[in-house]
Ligand binder design. Structure first.
Ligand code: BES
Ligand code: ZN
Length: 658
């Protein structure tokens, strides 16, 4: 397997050249067993030569062709030149059809004369495609002392672009118009924009998006047509993102969207049939923002809108700035799943304001965010809700740890030669949350909150490595309040496996009656409909289901289903937990609805475990393959890749080059 360095060189040796380390990155290197040491700050998932050039601004002009399933147009890149002698600009791409690459010619030097822009085509070529990383686009440029270069690339995306999902009108809720959305994190942006697709560069962007005149385009940016409010539909939409963001946060959706305001700076976009319910479900968003601002400092992105996607959206949510993308499965009707909103909102600080520099540092995004999500849930819905959710989170962490190699149980994970979009576990999330909870408990709320606010200020609009965080932590907590937590303790959280023994684990007394009820029912003492569940909330139902004994009889499942209607539940997360039991115990009356579920919902975290469960028996495997054949065309590439690996593991090796 070829390893890639930030210089854009593909080396067959075991290490990258010393010069490949980005200048700004600190030097600490963590050794691993089977490789050369990881270079902190070196993005192993990008070909871009970021120490020679840095893209600082992106200007998109794209036409959305839903019939052909392509985006067509051009991108202008403003690029800071760091090395006057550099003659190759290397960009990340994946399956792009590039038709021209131009460089802005040197302007006419003359104080008064208006210099005319002339564009000169430049030679370019693609390097061999890597299955995970795509193809490096190498653009030849003459050496120059200019501080900036301006490049224009004409191109078209492929109908199978990995970040894009094109839905037919039939696959939408409204059934009237096709729908397009992007899910670019972590390395999908290159499949629809040629650029330096690494979170360590930050870009501002503008965009003109041309569509059919009766659909609406939205982006992770300020909407220029509507002065921040939704534009009139006319098929041409302009956006500007004035803050510098990592490229994985550039996002686009196009469809038959309606908008409903939920507060002075918040609102919901969704397909028309969904928008009213969504606005009701997410009515607490403004109060979540206010709670966040009190703890973490000002919200720096002006508006916070929510886009509710069709059910095939592969994530629970995605923190695209100014416009979180949210799965419709977060709408349960009782606000029980709105921690997804708290989570994506929290990313406005951890992730979008301060971003991970490489995917190894993802825990800086997700661990901080999970911790902050808990704080927001506590502030808006109270401690009882917070604790229940944290206990459930801890349980999923333990389940994951039981399945993972020790090397993959660490916060700062070695992702070399792997697809960072497919190495997905709760470790960066839940272990990260436990780590920050530990620091919070040790240093005390007041000191820890001051530390967090200082951290967001200090690194605002920067992308940082785990080592930069560690240094900041050392100076601002460990050294400042000496004797509270040792460096060794911290390092066992960052690079040790499992849950460190000094963790402060959540407990919830809300689950005691649930355990009692379950025991009474399992032992046969009490029938399901006689259980006192009248005041249970969704988290208690999840806890009830997730802690069932390994095997249950058909009669037992029938008793549960008749009493509580799990097969038909409107809460997709409870449905998920129920269908795990349905499959594990081969409960036939649940299967018809299970198939519907798998064919409509594309949220990876909800469907992948169900396919895994099915694959455990030969009959289940046959069924998984049959259902998957029907469901796969409706899944986003990210979900499809995950399910391919579960259902057809031998055919979906990620490790070889194409
Ligand atoms: N940023 C993530 C989604 C992500 C992470 C995409 C890594 C690709 C690579 C987003 O904020 C997220 O964490 N979503 C969660 C939901 C959340 C409530 C835990 C998800 O989709 O499961
Ligand atoms: Zn997240």
């Amino acid at each position: 397997m070829i390893r890639h360095c930030a210089l854009g060189l593909a080396l067959t040796g075991s290490s990258c050249p010393a010069t490949a380390a980005p200048a700004a990155a600190p030097t600490a290197a963590l050794p691993t067993a089977n490789f050369a040491p990881i270079q902190s700050g070196l993005d192993y998932h990008s070909f871009a030569n970021v120490e020679q050039f840095r893209v600082i601004r992106v200007d998109l002009d794209l036409r959305v062709d839903s019939a052909a399933k392509v985006l067509r147009g051009g991108v202008g890149l403003q690029i800071k030149r760091l090395d006057p002698g550099a003659t190759e600009l290397i960009l990340d791409t994946r399956d792009l059809n590039v038709t021209d690459v131009m460089q802005k010619a040197q302007g006419v030097l003359g104080a008064t004369s208006k210099s005319e822009t002339t564009w000169v085509s430049r030679p370019y070529h693609f390097q061999r495609k890597d299955k995970i990383l795509g193809s490096a686009l190498v653009i030849e440029l003459p050496p120059s002392k200019r501080p900036s270069e301006f490049i224009k690339i004409d191109y078209e995306t492929s109908p199978t672009a990995s970040a894009l999902q094109w839905l037919s009108a039939k696959q939408t809720a409204g059934k009237r118009k096709p729908f397009l959305f992007t899910q670019s994190e972590p390395i999908g942006t290159r499949s629809w924009i040629p650029l330096q697709d690494t979170p360590q560069v930050r870009v501002t962007y503008t965009a003109t998006i041309r569509t059919d005149s009766d659909v609406l385009a939205v982006m992770s940016a300020k909407n220029l047509n509507g002065m921040g409010r939704p534009a009139k539909r006319n098929g041409e939409y302009s956006f500007v993102m004035p803050e510098a963001i990592p490229p994985y946060l550039i996002a686009l959706a196009v469809g038959d969207l309606a908008f409903k305001e939920t507060g002075p700076r918040t609102g919901v976009y969704a397909e028309k049939p969904m928008v009213k319910g969504a606005a009701k479900e997410f009515a607490d968003t403004e109060s979540m923002i206010q709670s966040s601002e009190k703890i973490f400092g000002p919200y720096r992105w002006d508006r916070y809108d929510i886009l509710v996607l069709p059910p095939s959206f592969p994530m629970g949510g995605m923190e695209n700035p100014r416009l979180s993308f949210i799965t419709p499965t977060a709408i349960a009707g009782d606000k029980s799943l709105v921690s997804v909103i708290a989570h994506e909102l929290a990313h406005s600080w951890s992730g979008n304001l301060v971003s991970n520099a490489t995917w190894r540092d993802l825990w800086l995004n997700e661990g901080f965010t999970d911790y902050m999500e808990s704080r927001i849930i506590n502030a808006v819905y109270g401690e009882r809700r917070e604790m229940m959710e944290r206990v459930l989170g801890l349980r999923s962490l333990r389940d994951d740890l039981a399945k993972l190699e020790p090397a993959d149980q660490v916060l700062a994970i070695d992702l070399r030669d792997r697809d960072p979009g497919q190495v997905f576990s709760t470790v960066p999330y839940e272990k990260g949350r436990l780590f920050l909870t530990f620091l919070d408990a040790k240093f005390g709320r007041e000191r820890f909150d001051a530390f967090l606010r200082g951290y967001f200020d200090h690194f605002a609009f920067q992308s940082i490595t785990t080592e930069q965080f560690l240094q900041y932590l050392q100076e601002n907590l460990l050294d400042r309040f000496a004797g509270v937590v040792t460096r060794d303790q911290v390092m066992s959280w960052i690079s040790g496996p499992g849950i460190p023994p000094d963790a402060v684990l959540p407990v919830s007394d809300a689950f005691a009656p649930v355990d009692e009820a379950r025991s009474a029912w399992v032992s046969g003492r009490v029938a399901a409909k006689k259980l006192d569940t009248h005041d249970w909330v969704a988290q208690q139902w999840l806890y009830f289901l997730e802690n069932m004994p390994a095997s249950l009889s058909a009669a037992q499942l029938k008793d549960l289903d008749q009493a509580f209607g799990f097969t038909r539940t409107a809460n997709a997360v409870i449905g998920h937990s129920w269908f795990v039991l349905v499959i594990r115990n081969n409960y036939q009356p649940g299967y018809a609805r299970l198939e519907e579920y798998l064919e409509t919902i594309g949220r990876r975290r909800l469907v992948a475990p169900l396919y895994e469960e099915l694959m455990k028996t030969p009959a289940g495997a046959t069924q998984a393959k049959r259902v998957y054949a029907l469901a796969r065309p409706g899944y986003h590439a990210m979900t499809a890749a995950a399910i391919d690996a579960i259902v057809n593991p031998s055919e979906s090796s990620e490790t070889s080059d194409e």
